[in-house]
Design a protein around this ligand. Sequence first.
Ligand code: NBP
Length: 479
Amino acid sequence: GTAQIGVTGLAVMGRNLARNLARHGYTVAVHNRTGARTEELVEEFGREGDFVPAGTPREFVAALERPRRVIVMVRAGEATDAVIGEFAPLLEPGDIVVDGGNAHFADTRRREEALRERGVHFVGAGVSGGEEGALHGPSIMPGGSDEAYAALGPLLEDIAAKAPDGAPCTAHIGPDGAGHFVKMVHNGIEYADMQLIAEAYDLLRTVAGYGPARVAEVFRAWNTGPLDSYLVEITAEVLAHTDASTGRPFVDVVADAAEQKGTGRWTVQTALDLGVPVSGIAEAVFARSLSGHTGLRRAAAGLPGPHRPPFGERDAARFAERVEQALYASKITSYAQGWNMMRAASAEYGWGIDLGAVAAVWRGGCIIRAAFLDRVRAAYAADPELPTLLADAEFAEETGRAQEAWREVVATAVRHGVPVPGLSAALASYDALRAERLPAALVQAQRDYFGAHTYRRTDRPGSYHTLWGRDRSEVRTDG
Ligand code: NBP
């Protein structure tokens, strides 16, 4: 075979990834279950580079130089297993199979183990950036063996997005499921970011009394400061857009029910299993599902709320500045939660994830790309053992500086009846983490009362139980 790499699964993502590889000078074998897609690709884009179309898996495998590098870009789930089942018997030890789909990291761990037994490297690679990213440069998060990355890394680095400093937005994340895990957390953080932005928008409209076009200007201004990011940039674009058929602000004609494909839910489910609080991501997932519960919303529509007029011009401007600070502090908090989760999983699975490298990979190509991520990278570069982002001197200073405004914004939202689950959960997380004493002491005491679950004391070591139903004397329970 003469092709340096192959792509099977030529729907939008696979086709664009194959074109990206070809545009970078690689000879790319292309294959798809339904052959028409393969022919279409070569007909439409054959001039862009060297494609070797293959009609069958056998032809595809024969077209590849060894060790073979195969990127699978099919629908996540059963289709991925079907394709692996079809190709595995045709591959040889040393060959590399890359799953670029949105697989659950547990599936990736299972597939990697099964293929490892046959000597085939399986790389679960998170790919972010959608259609455009796949073609012009995605952020790529590969997980797999060192050997596989050595053979694959240079190609991935060529086709990945480039960060503002020119570094490719890809890195070897860790073994087996590490790449897909990190991609999942990326999506969870994306949910939290979008929810926080949406809450800020709601406050600017309801409390500050700004129309969508005015809010768009505010976001455009924010995009030149610490909040500079792709999501803030597109928010301004969306808010400034006018619906062609009605002449109304576009955002006002879109049904207010947000959908989800499931990676946010996976993030929260996994966080629950790991015992890591990710309240910002969880609130974002819940906020989307609440928005779609038409029945519940209709049933509650008549419940009373406060009637407060929007602020006057001067108060509105001051409030908008505070919302910027609240949004920024909440963003730091929810990113801290996402990083805590990656840190915990890395320890749990022995992945050895470089937490700063993850931030570096997300600086370009992906949905949460932002100037901010370079600072996250720097925080972990300065201290790889950083227990949480909130402990980094600069982020601590910034959240500390923002906290009064943050409280003011959440309190104002509550007074005006504007739901801000993301902003308030982030603030609660900040306050809980910094608290010297938590009411968890009472919770543990309650547990001891009804379930003899025991407690530890602040003044001496050991486990204790109080004989609540008897004379309330205390017994030591650990020998
Ligand atoms: P889809 O997720 O829509 O999958 C369509 C592809 O899967 C087609 O090539 C189809 O072949 C193939 N396929 C299916 Br379905 N069942 C198959 C089977 N049993 N055997 C062989 N092939 C099968 O494509 P996509 O939107 O390009 O996404 C590809 C992957 O990338 C997914 O895992 C997705 O989650 C992930 N992803 C997508 C985006 C995005 O923005 N769309 C972003 C990041 C990641 P056919 O042509 O013969 O039906």
